[in-house]
Design a protein around this ligand. Structure first.
Ligand code: NAD
Length: 422
């Protein structure tokens, strides 16, 4: 019989039985079956309650970035990532700003936006007016959904209403602004948006479709700043190289995507290590980077009066310490303990600092490499001249030495002889 991926009741099977089904389907060996079932730091019974159809656990290395001082505190930062060099680069960058006091980071209040889409309204401006006129009732209804959040001084704090033009006509978008305290907040906010939908339909006379959180968390921002002394970076030329690299990213989206990817190397690794939603952070980051209509860097780099390099980062940071996998994954809990933090805002500040460090490390490597190469060709020209090369032969001999990575007098002599004959 032909293979089918539609297996009735698959989700009801035990993990072991599911593995057997997959083994038969994919022709796995006994060893491969055993590999899938290898217990790790995330027990199967926990994994099985986290997502559906569990057959195993995918291990990702977790390392720690060292040398961080953030808001005056010494911090060791757990990072979960499969890519080599990221953790070492973050540690190096953090070391380079220690003499300047490390990172200064801040956050706004943890406010998330919950959107309610209303369509089919006759008079959009009137409906908007009426919804806003009954704001207090809408907020009260939203807040009745989450007494725990209210007891912690969080909850829905404001309501905004926008009218947007779409190819399906005008729509009213009502937006709940919810203080999520130490939660990422998606479940909390979604519950509130669902709860107020009937009331908004009644007030507006329209029909509600989508009721969901926005990952473009412009009201929940994290910022980090650090100064890197020019001597530590390798001199003024490296500082200029980094600023040039930033200017390139600021003007060119092809470079900027990679610039921001470098930031996300650090950001996502800490988000993952702490059991937070990596997709939510990635979506928020790139949408924020593009909010002006021009996709832009999440960091900015400039020189201070001393000629030292000053970097700043600003991005949405919807991370939590309660809810989602942060509460269920034992390794995530451990990561938070290593960080020594008590609030989601502290976590956001650490992640922003790591993002900034990661960007510095990448830009420095790229800029210094370019400078190094520049130095090499200058040096090669001098070596070529020193062995008597003249005119076109200077370029020919030096280019060949750079290509061979043999910038030496003996090689210059050989090449000069060869090219002079030819
Ligand atoms: P949650 O609902 O599990 O926990 C939040 C709740 O915990 C709050 O509503 C509150 O009642 C309670 N709570 C207890 N102590 C608290 C404290 N100190 N601060 C704040 N709340 C406290 O989780 P959540 O954070 O609402 O939702 C996060 C999950 O939602 C993640 O797993 C995420 O992947 C998922 N999700 C994301 C999206 C999205 O990003 N678009 C959409 C849907 C779901």
């Amino acid at each position: 019989m032909a293979k089918s991926s539609e297996i009735s009741g698959f989700y009801k099977l035990t993990v072991t039985d599911r593995v057997k089904v997959v083994k038969d389907f994919a022709g796995l060996s006994v060893e491969e079956e055993a590999l899938l079932q290898k217990p790790g730091a995330l027990p199967f019974d926990v994994a099985n309650r986290m997502v559906e159809n569990v057959v195993g656990v995918m291990p990702v290395p977790m390392g720690v970035a060292m040398n961080f001082i953030i808001n005056g505190n010494e911090v060791i930062v757990p990072m979960a990532i499969e890519e080599p060099s990221v953790i070492a680069a973050a540690s190096n960058a953090a070391k380079m700003t220690r003499s300047k006091g490390g990172f200064k980071a801040t956050t706004t209040a943890p406010i998330m936006i919950g959107q309610i889409q209303i369509v089919g309204v006759q008079d959009a401006n009137r409906a908007r007016f009426e919804i806003l006129a009954q704001k207090a009732e809408v907020l009260q209804h939203a807040n009745a959904q989450d007494p725990v959040l209210i007891s912690l001084d969080g909850g829905a704090q404001d309501l905004e209403v926008r009218i947007i033009e779409t190819f399906q006509g005008k729509m009213i978008i009502a937006e709940l602004l919810v203080d999520c305290r130490d939660a990422m907040g998606a479940n909390a906010v979604n519950t509130m948006t669902e709860a107020v939908a009937p009331l908004l339909e009644k007030i507006s006379g329209g029909r509600v479709y989508l009721r969901i959180i926005s990952n473009l968390a412009v009201k929940r921002l994290a910022r980090a700043k650090a100064t890197f002394p020019k001597e530590t970076l390798g001199g003024e030329e490296v500082v200029d190289g980094i600023i040039n690299a930033y200017a390139f990213a600021a003007s060119d989206p092809y470079r900027c995507a990679t610039h921001n990817k470098g930031i996300m190397n650090g950001v996502t690794a800490v988000v993952l290590a702490t059991g937070n939603d990596t997709r939510a952070i990635e979506a928020g980051a790139h949408a924020y980077a593009a909010r002006s209509g021009h996709y832009s860097p999440l960091t900015a780099w400039e020189k201070d009066a001393n000629g030292d390099l000053v970097g700043t980062l600003e991005m949405p940071m919807a991370v939590g310490l309660v809810g989602g996998a942060t509460a269920s994954n034992p390794v995530a809990k451990l990561a938070v303990k290593i960080l020594g933090i008590k609030t989601a805002r502290e976590l956001a500040e650490i992640i922003a600092s790591v993002g900034l460090a990661q960007n510095l490390a990448a830009l420095r490597a790229l800029a210094a490499e370019g400078i190094q190469r520049g130095h090499m060709s200058l040096h090669a020209r001098n070596v070529a001249i020193s062995v008597g090369a003249k005119g076109d032969l200077i370029d020919k001999v030096s280019a060949q030495m750079v290509a061979e990575k043999k910038v030496r007098v003996d090689r210059a002599k050989e090449l000069l002889e060869k090219f002079s004959k030819g």
